[in-house]
Design a binder for this molecule. Structure first.
Ligand SMILES: [Zn+2]
Length: 278
């Protein structure tokens, strides 16, 4: 579908025509029009996004999208019913969102794969309005495998802003698409689970659904353990790294800092990168 040629018409005429277009498109009815038609047209004429409801480990969520990608994920428990979501969406994005009974099959499939822990899921995100820094933080969080966590400081260092730990926390707290951009996999620098865009209890629930034991994480944090190393390979990792989880009890060594690990002759894992390799 081509862009509307509305450069010369008045704003009022354009709006009226757009409303008629939307009315006509909706009148096509479910099952006649392709499921992505409404979202694409709404997005092209800047009239808003489409959304649907999805069940997740933290209850139903509303997922909004346009032809730029996923634009919002909000918990029903936080915004209430569809009217509450539409109000919250309009407040945040200054444009409306319209319900669809089902999203495009490819999009629904990609979302399911992402929620199922498949990092190769081909999902795009509409992160307009976010700063370059916020985008870098959010996209870096996508690199953390399901069932693993990294501290805020890791994101800060990985994106080349090691001093911006607090700003990383703020950017993740404002994640417009929680669950799909997995900000729940980023924890406090002392190892505690910490805050979450959906709240601390929801963060523990999502991590548990990915196979992590939040109580174990908190236990390690209380003990001051930041890293686990293997006394056979002399490599150390974040405790949730897949490589660290393969270390048997007999060969596991705990470290409270990267200095301690380095002093013991251990080098950082190249996969989870607990510190810059020297
Ligand atoms: Zn590792």
């Amino acid at each position: 579908m081509s862009e509307p040629r509305d450069g010369h018409r008045t704003e009022g005429q354009g709006l009226g025509r757009d409303r008629r277009l939307v009315r006509d498109l909706r009148a096509l009815g479910a099952g006649v029009a392709p499921p992505d038609l409404l979202a694409n047209v709404l997005s092209r004429v800047r009239l808003g996004d489409a959304y649907w409801t999805l069940d997740t480990p933290v209850g139903p969520v509303f997922v909004a999208y346009n032809d730029g990608g996923i634009s919002a994920v909000m918990r029903a428990a936080a915004v209430g019913d569809v009217a509450g979501f539409e109000r919250a969406f309009r407040e945040r994005h200054a444009r409306p969102a319209h319900p669809v009974t089902r999203p495009p099959a490819a999009l629904a499939h990609a979302v399911e794969r992402q929620l199922g822990g498949d990092r190769r899921a081909d999902l795009r995100f509409d992160l307009r309005g976010r700063s370059d820094f916020e985008r870098a933080v959010l996209l870096k969080a996508r690199e953390i495998p399901p069932g693993e966590v990294r501290p805020y400081g890791w994101i800060a260092r990985e994106i080349g802003r090691p001093g911006a730990v607090r700003a990383v926390g703020t950017a993740l707290g404002n994640n417009p698409v929680p669950l799909l951009i997995p900000c729940h996999r980023v924890v406090r620098s002392d190892g505690r689970v910490g805050d979450y865009a959906f709240g601390g209890a929801a963060k523990r629930a999502v991590l548990a659904a990915e196979g992590l034991d939040p109580d174990r994480l908190e236990g390690l944090a209380r003990a001051g353990v930041c890293y686990h190393g293997s006394d056979t390979t002399h490599v150390y990792c974040f405790p949730t790294c897949a490589h660290a989880r393969r270390i048997t009890d007999r060969h596991r060594v705990a470290f409270r800092s990267d200095e301690e690990a380095a002093a013991a002759g251990y080098r950082p894992c190249r996969v989870c990168r607990p510190a810059l390799a020297s």
